[in-house]
Design a protein around this ligand. Structure first.
Ligand code: F0G
Length: 457
């Protein structure tokens, strides 16, 4: 087979600023070893997130220029609504400034103290918005996902036995809605099968519990269904997405992912009562129902982006290029979470740096070295992000895994950028035994990964 090429050519470029190793050593120590605090112009390849970092297409920019900025009844809103209804079939389309605003509105309407919301794995903003209403967010992920080496097609699946047990234990009255996140970002970016979506939907609906999809990466998930699940090879991504959404009662979406937008999101639901309440909240903090938290031009860019993300040539390139990075990292001796998911590669930092115990943050040590080695920025998903300090003893309660996520912005980097990353990681692998651990200089009380500072041991 021939090389799967980027199915686009470049019309506008943004210069990258080169730095020397000495400069990067100085920069990372000036921010106390927290890459979140580096200025982006000092980063060469930025793999911190795939959120809001996409390149927009010429057609998106054209849509943006010709958008309608009317306060009420904007033409751009109706295009946005039409496109979302075509894909999801949901009755009410409520624009928000990003995914978490859709979450906040949904949970303000649907959940209350003591309620329980199951999901395969809640993303951290979803969990936080549920907990803000004093409800409880429960992860029911399939056990397959706990083994980073296991090659299975749908490690993002929700465990139906766990859902059945939860329903029996707490009763359906305490579960105002159930969710599935596609793909499962908090668990290796792994996809969810159509069979699992169907079975979850049937189980929830048999108890009259609404089923909501966190749809951030819905098209990436549809591509995995097409290529890995029997019976879908000949269906289009749009048809597969329509089938996924047909089993749900609504969705939350961050358009910063699978809509190629730099900002935006929406809540789409069938329930008329929820929609009335949601629009009331929308007016309070986001905006009038035909623009939500967005400008007309954002709505236009999202509608166009949603069309482009269902293009199969694009998605083949997207998933293949992520896999290419993963396969080659393994070849140069970097252990990764397997199989490769859609939007990111997760490095197993515990396995890569076995000489650094969780107390000395192997994932954080690795993101620091990646920056020094190649100007590459990634994010620790380990004991800095999810660990806790025991208030009595001061000892670390470590996270389950010590991972580093390399998220891949959409349509931004070319194969030679990716080859450069692989080469830099290979050089790092050769000197990994000399990498030192870190300790806190200043431990932030919440969301530690954003603002905590560190010193080398
Ligand atoms: N749900 C999932 C699965 C996500 O990955 C995100 C964001 C959100 C909801 C919230 O959307 O940022 O538009 O408010 N994930 C980004 C990331 C931040 O880097 O993974 P948002």
């Amino acid at each position: 087979m021939r090389t799967i090429i980027e199915p686009f050519k470049i019309k506008m470029v943004e210069a990258l600023q080169m730095t020397t190793r000495e400069q990067r050593e100085q920069i990372i120590s000036s921010v106390d070893f927290n890459p979140f605090l580096i200025r982006s112009e000092d980063v060469l390849i930025d793999l911190l997130t795939d959120s809001g970092t996409s390149s927009m297409s010429d057609r998106q920019w054209a849509a943006l220029i010709s958008a309608d900025e009317a306060y009420a009844g904007s033409r751009s809103y109706f295009k946005f609504e039409d496109k979302i209804q075509e894909i999801t079939g949901f009755k009410h389309v409520i624009p928000t400034h990003q995914g978490r605003a859709a979450e906040r509105i949904l949970f303000s309407v649907a959940t209350k103290q003591g309620d329980i919301v199951p999901n395969n794995t809640h993303f951290d903003t979803t969990r936080a918005n549920i907990e803000f209403t004093k409800a409880i967010a429960v992860d029911l992920q399939d056990e397959a996902c706990t083994d980073p080496e296991l090659e299975a097609p749908f490690k993002g699946n929700l465990d139906l036995e766990k859902l059945r047990a939860l329903l029996e234990e707490v009763g359906p009255e305490r579960i105002p809605l159930g969710m599935i996140t596609v793909t499962n970002n908090a668990s290796g970016g792994q996809p969810v099968s159509m069979a699992n979506i169907r079975a979850t939907s049937e189980l929830l609906r048999s108890h009259d519990i609404p089923f909501i999809i966190d749809a951030c990466r819905f098209s990436e998930n549809a591509y995995f269904i097409k290529t890995r699940e029997a019976g879908y090879a000949d269906k289009s991504l749009l048809e597969i997405a329509q089938e996924m959404f047909s089993m749900a009662d609504g969705c939350t979406m961050s358009a910063k992912k699978d809509a190629f937008a730099n900002i935006g999101g929406f809540l789409a639901i069938n329930n008329d009562e929820w929609a009335v309440q949601a629009r009331t909240l929308l007016v309070l903090t986001e905006g009038f129902p035909t623009y939500g938290g967005l400008a007309g031009r954002d709505l236009a860019a999202i509608a166009q982006g949603l069309d482009e993300v269902l293009d199969e040539d694009y998605m083949q390139y997207r998933i293949r290029s992520t896999q290419y990075l993963g396969d080659n990292l393994e070849k140069v001796g970097v252990p990764i979470y397997k199989p490769t998911g859609g939007h990111a590669i997760y490095i197993n930092a515990r396995k890569f740096l076995p000489h650094i115990p969780p107390e000395h943050f192997p994932g954080q040590a690795l993101v620091v070295e990646m920056y020094i080695e190649g100007g590459i920025r990634a994010v620790e998903i380990g004991s800095v992000m999810f660990g806790k300090t025991n208030p009595d003893t001061g000892a670390l309660i470590p996270a389950k895994n010590e991972l580093v996520r390399m998220a891949i912005p959409r349509r931004v980097y070319t194969q030679s950028h990716v080859d450069y990353v692989i080469e830099a990681m290979g050089d790092l692998a050769r000197r990994k035994d000399a990498v030192q651990g870190l300790q806190f200089k200043l431990e932030a009380p919440v969301l530690r990964h954003f603002t905590s500072t560190f010193k080398r041991l």
